[in-house]
Write a protein that binds this ligand. Structure first.
Ligand SMILES: [Zn+2]
Ligand SMILES: [Zn+2]
Length: 773
């Protein structure tokens, strides 16, 4: 028998996922000697034995890896046999280049749930039970290598029983860093808003208070939530008042899939999303017969409901004890970031919550719940955060240099990229105040450390007033790469699909700074990752009063009616009557151009139509009018309003989609007494039809047969479905998002991809002098 020894390096998400015990067990099974350990590059292994057994080891290594591991590369080199016997777990090695990937927080596994429910188990009903296959990760990791001292579990010394499991290679908790039990781990407490403990067992007491109608702040995995009995109208109303959140829907947590089915229609794809290890909020269609189980004010005017399943043992116990669905919404007031530090939470949420269900395991990284919808059986992310971040997205094209992409403003994320990986951050929030800005800059530092990225290229939006742009422009010693907002959307969609383009890109959103300094938002680009040409756009109208027109969709109705009716908008419409006092001045403001920039925004067209149809004249959150217009539309209606597509002219001028045609048709049918759900649907279908027609004209001009759909407006499933169906019918291949959101949460990935592509296009050699100085 020929002895051989191999040194094996395993890269990917291989730390904190039970990889070393798996290797230990595998080597033991095959009778191989050697060692396994973690270092900053991932997992290192040395195995010694018969040549064919070492071969076998390498085959099984990738094929049978633990459930949470994501293996990206296994490399093996031959060493001289040492004759050493036995297989050992080597101490972690610090230093060196850090490439190990920290895994996302993961929902409690089936084995842990079984122990949680077993009266004979020493962790029976212990709210912090976890193992190598589940539990907190990203939110508790302070540094790499991922070992207990580098997590917020550092302060909890293991008891002898936990230590035995931790050191036993045959145990499910072997080297599970957050391992703990009632004797040695974190514990729960229920306190009032002054921090005084309540009587009784904390979970039972919190559940009782919830059933009585109290609002309870609950410390979770990535921050505090505010909880209330979902069926209790007064409690939900109190929660709304306290959060200053007038109509934005709340999410609901249910105990299990049956609980979700009692409230909503759930198909197989949605079940998989609800019950998977990431546990996002899934937007589901409400059942018409579920009335009463959820208070009306949970998701007013909404046919869908955001539902999630418990993802920590504490949530499982709480839901089982309360015995019915609870509202679980982020612990913040209005648009502040979610609270995650204990003292701060008590202070910030004391005005809303009656009680605080807290624990003593610190949260290092704030992470909001993720939100997804299903589109044609695939995940359509709306917010990619807890459970997803910081798992890297693999790209088919390596980045020549390290990149930081600073993102945009609303629904902000940033992205660090190197080699073949893009690390899109958790959801930061709307980058409009000091708090969120600080969480952005601290987040960048944390990611740089965790993933050993030293950005040489920094990508940013072109909007000069975004805090993310200002941050980029102030960095020293880096090369700056400005990326137009809608190009970034299209690039995000390309990257999401692993395609380099060129494609016809359709980017429909609220607004973004255009390459010509005007506000864009209804764009057709011929684009690849490096560059783009503005090949078409929605007809341009004024935004009377600028930002005021975003908050007050009736102003956009005035501007669109003015454009659609040649300066003589019909006076008899209800939207005119409701805003009679300010109608003429706002029309005049829009015509004058004073404080009224023009825009090609698709989002603003939805606003205008929503106001005309009486959906609403003013919004309480971004995109509300458009969301409610989608809710109003009858999904069974096939009719569509025609809209002209002008161009392209011989002069290369962009195509123009006549939004005015849609607005006129809406008004005519409204006045003819057609029901608003039909009018709303025909408007959706009409815009989809015009978009398809425009893509056909661009295909004739360019020969391109692939269309990438991106931008926040494509969170609208009705518009997305009709556009994709129309494109497919016309022989196009349509690319949609499934890994990052179509909204501005995906912008940072697009920016990074563009910066990397431009870097590759320039090739090696001297760099143009674009460095900020
Ligand atoms: Zn587990
Ligand atoms: Zn213990």
């Amino acid at each position: 028998m020929t002895l051989t020894r191999a040194r094996v390096r395993v890269e990917g998400i291989v730390q904190g996922v039970g990889f070393r015990p798996f290797v230990h067990a595998l080597a033991g099974r095959l009778g191989l000697a050697g060692l396994v350990g973690n270092d900053a590059g991932g997992v290192f292994v040395e195995v010694e034995g018969a040549a064919e057994t070492v071969e076998r080891f390498l085959e099984v290594l990738a094929a049978e890896a633990p459930p949470l591991a994501v293996i990206e590369r296994v490399t093996a080199t031959r060493l001289a046999p040492t004759g050493a016997e036995g297989f050992a777990i080597a101490p972690s090695r610090a230093g060196g280049e850090r490439q190990a990937l920290v895994s996302p927080d993961t929902a409690t596994c089936a084995d842990c749930l079984a122990e949680l429910a077993d009266p004979a188990d020493r962790r029976f009903r212990y709210p912090f039970i976890n193992c190598t296959n589940c539990g907190p990760r990203f939110t508790i990791v302070r540094d790499v290598p991922y070992d207990r001292p580098a997590t917020t579990m550092a302060g909890f010394a293991m008891c002898p029983d936990c230590a035995r499991e931790y050191h036993d290679p045959a145990d499910r908790r072997f080297h599970a860093q957050p391992v703990c039990c009632p004797a040695c781990g974190p514990s729960l407490a229920l306190v009032d808003r002054d921090g005084r403990p309540a009587a009784g067992e904390p979970l039972a007491a919190a559940a009782a208070r919830l059933r009585e109608g109290a609002v309870v702040a609950v410390k979770g995995l990535g921050g505090y939530h505010l909880a209330a009995d979902a069926a209790g109208e007064p409690a939900v109303a109190a929660l709304r008042a306290g959060k200053h959140r007038e109509d934005k829907p709340f999410a609901v947590m249910v105990a299990d899939l049956d609980g979700a089915r009692a409230l909503c229609e759930v198909d197989a794809a949605e079940e998989a999303m609800l019950a998977g290890a990431r546990r996002p909020i899934v937007l589901l269609r409400r059942r018409s017969d579920a009335g009463g189980r959820v208070a009306a004010s949970v998701a007013p005017q909404n046919r869908s409901l955001g539902v999630m399943l418990p993802y920590t043992p504490m949530h499982h116990l709480l839901l089982a004890t309360v015995g019915r669905p609870i509202v679980l919404t982020s612990g913040n007031v209005s648009d502040e970031p979610i609270a995650y530090e204990d003292g701060e939470a008590l202070e910030r949420l004391g005005g809303i919550a009656d009680w605080f269900l807290v624990h003593d395991r610190p949260i290092h990284m704030r992470a909001d719940d993720s939100v997804v919808r299903a589109f044609r059986g695939r995940e359509l992310p709306l917010r990619r955060s807890r459970g997803f971040a910081p798992q890297p997205l693999g790209l088919p094209w390596p980045f020549p240099r390290h990149v930081l992409a600073c993102g945009a403003e609303l629904k902000h994320t940033f992205c660090l990229a190197k080699d073949g990986h893009a690390f899109v951050s958790h959801h930061i929030g709307d980058l409009e105040n000091y708090e969120t800005f600080r969480s952005f800059t601290e987040g960048v530092e944390h990611f740089r450390r965790l993933f050993a990225v030293s950005p040489e290229v920094v990508a940013h939006d072109l909007h000069p007033e975004y805090l993310s742009t200002k941050y980029a422009l102030e960095l020293e010693g880096v090369e700056l790469e400005g990326v137009q907002h809608h190009h970034a959307h299209v690039a995000a969609c390309l990257t999401d699909n692993g395609e380099p383009g060129p494609v016809i890109g359709v980017a429909f959103d609220g607004l973004g700074f255009g390459a010509d300094g005007t506000i864009w938002g209804g764009e057709l680009l011929v684009a690849d990752l490096v560059g783009f040409k503005r090949a078409g756009h929605l007809e341009v109208v004024a935004m009377p009063g600028g930002a005021a027109a975003i908050r007050e969709p009736w102003r956009m109705a005035a501007a669109w009616l003015d454009a659609a009716f040649g300066g003589q908008p019909p006076e008899r419409l209800a939207v005119v009557g409701r805003n009679r006092d300010r109608w003429e001045p706002v029309l005049a403001l829009g015509r004058s151009g004073t404080a009224s920039p023009v825009t090609s925004s698709a989002g603003r067209l939805f606003d205008a139509v929503a106001a005309i149809l009486g959906v609403r004249d003013a919004v309480n959150y971004e995109g509300q009018a458009a969301v409610e217009l989608e809710q109003l539309a009858d999904p069974a209606e096939p009719g569509a309003y025609p809209a002209r597509v002008a161009g392209p002219g011989g002069d290369g001028a962009p195509l123009r989609l006549a939004g005015s045609d849609l607005v006129r048709a809406v008004v005519e049918e409204l006045e003819a007494g057609v029901a608003t759900p039909l009018v709303a649907a025909r408007f959706h279908n009409g815009l989809a039809g015009a978009t398809v027609a425009a893509c056909q004209a661009l295909r004739d001009a360019t020969g391109l047969g692939v269309v990438a759909l991106s931008g926040g407006v494509f969170q609208n499933l009705l518009l997305l479905e009709r556009t994709v169906a129309g494109l497919e019918q016309a022989g196009f291949r349509a690319l949609v998002h499934s890994r990052v959101p179509p909204n501005d949460g995906g912008i940072s990935l697009g920016q990074a991809a563009v910066a990397g592509a431009r870097d590759r296009a320039r090739g090696p050699g001297p760099r143009p002098d674009r460095t900020h100085d």
